[in-house]
Design a protein around this ligand. Structure first.
Ligand SMILES: [Zn+2]
Length: 193
């Protein structure tokens, strides 16, 4: 009798513990866009310079802009997957940086945009395409010895600054100060995987 009551009590406690673990909404889950994730020259907040140290952009004051994302070692043609479920809201081609893609994600904690640079969109994907987390939508562009992949996370909705691969340390030339709405991509991925 006592053991039966005890067993029932333990089962009730077990259920109570299980029900306190919240179910994760699939729209809140993110993953790395590449299968390998070795850091390239620049991290989040690094001064925006080529690997050889030459600065890419500075304010009129001379202060070097800061990198809004992380650079990852990659080979040309490597598949790039969507970090989460979302919609392609931007595709832009820059002669220096090749293709850039923005994907908009609706999460339970607000709109997030993931930014991918130095990529070419894959056939069948363009602005307006819906993507699932892990779906390959692009490939890494060939930039010769400078080939790498750039990934950033923007906590906000689509606007011109969501495209920025770097921002000034303090507002200049019409650009807001780093980090603006960008967050450390590795910290974001760890918090929402
Ligand atoms: Zn970069």
């Amino acid at each position: 009798m006592i053991t039966t009551i005890l067993a029932a009590l333990l089962a009730a406690i077990h259920l109570a513990i299980q029900s306190t673990v919240p179910a994760v909404d699939p729209s809140d889950v993110f993953q790395r866009p590449l299968s390998s994730w070795a850091p390239h020259c620049l991290g989040f907040g690094s001064q925006w310079r080529y690997c050889n140290g030459v600065a890419l952009r500075a304010c009129p004051s001379g202060s070097v802009w800061l990198h809004t994302g992380i650079d990852v070692v990659a080979r040309a043609g490597e598949p790039v997957a969507a970090a989460g479920d979302g919609t392609m809201v931007g595709y832009s081609i820059d002669p220096q940086f090749r293709g850039g893609v923005l994907i908009r994600h609706r999460t339970t904690f607000g709109v997030v945009i993931t930014q991918y640079w130095h990529v070419w969109r894959a056939a069948g994907f363009d602005v307006g395409s819906n993507v699932k987390r892990g779906q390959v939508f692009a490939t890494v562009a060939d930039m010769g010895t400078r080939t790498h992949f750039h990934f950033a996370v923007f906590k906000g909705d689509l606007e011109s600054h969501a495209w920025n691969g770097a921002l000034p340390p303090s507002s200049c030339s019409g650009f807001p100060a780093f980090p603006y709405r960008f967050v450390d991509p590795n910290g974001f991925l760890e918090a929402h995987h």
